[in-house]
Design a protein around this ligand. Structure first.
Ligand code: PLP
Length: 400
């Protein structure tokens, strides 16, 4: 008899996005003349930058010739890309890393799940509430049910205090999905201090790093002294360069980072992750890595930043226009996410229904990201300028 991995049975249904889709489909069926605009999903809408397309074409051509054809790649990633990451993402910010501390992969979602496997299922995990649901689900799949939720509320500006109790694994996401808030240098210093004192590990998800505009906000956790001893950092080309369909990411696992056996012996996570990847991961494709490399050329940087500017203008428009009519709005500055407080204490799903049924606009109910998201609503800046403007205008008309 094949027994099922019962950890999977502890997962909650993916209720949030399936319910949104059901409600939208139902509305569209009943209102075929109305154009529904979605500011709901975190997927990008602008096409890839021309330098990226050019690099991919060139890599495909290379694959067509015997002399330049590439087969299985290097599991950790090609040095041509890792060198550029070290230079542009880190050296520029005073962070020195070795090539073998960076692992190229096919998206942060997979990296988050992969790294989580290296640590014991008995660990206590700290997650924010509200939270990007994949952190929680990846841990539940591993049988790690000892989860402490740290409340991210208006009162603490959506950045929870350091826990009073002991935890072993901490997920931090800055800029944050869904709240759009960022962690300051001081807050990160406190987390690093806590992690050191508790021999805990921080999983630092900064896939939205490119959206940071405030000078004083750190772009990498390694800008904080001592962070290499306690933190893994995750970055992705998904939002940075529109690679949601191409798939490329990297994780930094510093050689200083240690976890412990039950008897207290130190184990080096960098080697452990390399071992894990060489067994379970088949390397990101050569074509994809050449595409990511192109992001770091002068033209590449210019072109991807133009796309980010476009999304940031959307975020600014949503935030400012909604504020003008009295909404309380968070995020939207160092982030593509706008986290708005629903008016008159409306429940997140009631606000969703009102927007869909009366304005044909789709967003994401905050409560879907955790209980503390009740009474909030997430809008994203990733749609077209025209749709964003139209959606905001429709919302304003409803509440003016
Ligand atoms: N982390 C956060 C906070 C995200 O919002 C997302 C995607 O939306 C991811 C990770 C996954 O990124 P990727 O496309 O690289 O798998």
């Amino acid at each position: 008899m094949a027994n099922v991995n019962e950890n999977f049975l502890n997962l909650k249904n993916d209720y949030l996005f399936s319910t949104i889709t059901e409600k939208r489909n139902e509305f569209e069926k009943n209102n075929p003349d109305k154009k529904v605009i979605s500011l709901g999903i975190g997927d990008v809408s602008l096409p890839l930058a021309p330098v990226v397309i050019e690099a991919m074409h060139k890599a495909v051509e290379e694959m067509s010739r015997k002399e330049t054809f590439r087969g299985y790649g290097i599991v950790q990633g090609y040095d041509f890309l890792i060198d550029r990451i070290l230079d542009v993402e880190y050296k520029k910010r005073g962070v020195t890393l070795d090539n073998d501390e960076v692992f190229i992969a096919a998206g942060t979602k997979g990296d988050l799940a992969g790294i989580a496997e290296l640590l014991s299922e008995e660990n206590i995990v700290a997650l924010m509430d509200p939270v990007y649901p994949a952190y929680r689900d990846a841990n539940i799949m591993l049988g790690r049910n000892n989860i402490v939720y740290l409340k991210a509320t208006e009162e603490n500006n959506f950045t929870p205090e350091i826990p009073k109790e002991h935890v072993d694994i901490i997920y931090l996401c800055s800029p944050n999905n869904p709240t759009g808030t960022v962690l300051t240098r001081k807050q990160l210093e406190e987390w690093v201090k806590y992690a050191k004192e508790n021999k805990a590990i921080i999983f630092y998800d900064s896939v939205y790093e490119i959206f940071i505009e405030d000078e004083e906000i750190p772009h990498s956790i390694y800008e904080i002294e001592g962070a290499k001893d306690v933190a893994v950092e995750f970055r992705s080309y998904s939002k940075l360069a529109g690679f949601t369909g191409v798939r490329c990411s990297f994780a930094v696992v510093p050689k200083e980072l240690k976890a412990y056996t039950k008897s207290g012996k130190e184990v080096d996570l960098n080697s452990l992750f390399r071992r894990r990847q060489s067994t379970k991961f088949g390397a990101a494709s050569y074509i994809t890595q050449r595409a990511a490399e192109a992001v770091y050329t002068e033209d590449g940087q210019k072109q991807i930043r133009e796309n980010i500017k476009y999304y940031k203008e959307n975020a600014k428009y949503i935030k400012e226009e909604l504020e003008k009519v009295g909404f309380i709005v968070y995020g939207g500055k160092n982030s593509p996410y706008i986290w708005l407080k629903t008016p008159n204490g409306m429940k997140s799903w009631d606000f969703f229904d009102k927007l869909l049924n009366e304005a044909a606009v789709v967003g994401t109910p905050g409560v879907g990201f955790g209980d503390c998201g009740e009474g909030f609503f997430r809008l994203t800046a990733f749609s077209s300028k025209e749709d964003t403007k139209e959606a905001v205008d429709r919302i304003i008309k409803l509440f003016k």
